[in-house]
Design a protein around this ligand. Structure first.
Ligand SMILES: [Zn+2]
Length: 134
């Protein structure tokens, strides 16, 4: 049975833990090829069956790690995002205009403001001002 894969099959050896590759050697019974042995190239650990070898995906050496990947460019930093008008309690939106209730001017949802006040969740979180107004 012939494999189409490259000769150097790489795997993480369970015996020595190294990034190793497979040494495949034929075993002869007299002049007849009786089978083959499978060894770890690093520690010579013998594998009884190819099925127990954790071959690497694609068997290719990785030159770059995940850490080398360029980070996706973020348009807004987390801080800026937290100060955007659309998340502000003073942000008033109607079909025609977006306004800042504090500065009484037109704003864009993506504007940022130094007087930013986080909008309360509309959920079941109680409004802290409720007790003061009653
Ligand atoms: Zn090994």
């Amino acid at each position: 049975m012939k494999r189409e894969s490259p000769d150097r099959l790489e795997f993480r050896c369970p015996a020595c833990g190294g990034d190793s590759w497979l040494l495949r050697q034929p075993v002869y019974d007299g002049f007849v090829k009786a089978g083959e042995t499978l060894h770890c190239a690093l520690c010579r650990h013998e594998f009884a069956d190819e099925a127990e070898i954790p071959f690497r995906e694609g068997s290719r050496p990785r030159v770059f790690t995940e850490a080398d990947r360029p980070r996706p460019v973020q348009v807004f930093s987390e801080d800026e995002k937290g100060r955007m008008c659309r998340y502000c309690a003073e942000y008033v939106v109607n079909p025609f205009i977006q306004r800042c209730g504090l500065h009484r001017c037109e704003v864009q949802a993506t504007d940022t403001c130094s007087h930013f006040r986080p909008k309360e969740d509309d959920g079941d979180k109680p409004d802290p001002l409720d007790g003061l107004l009653n």
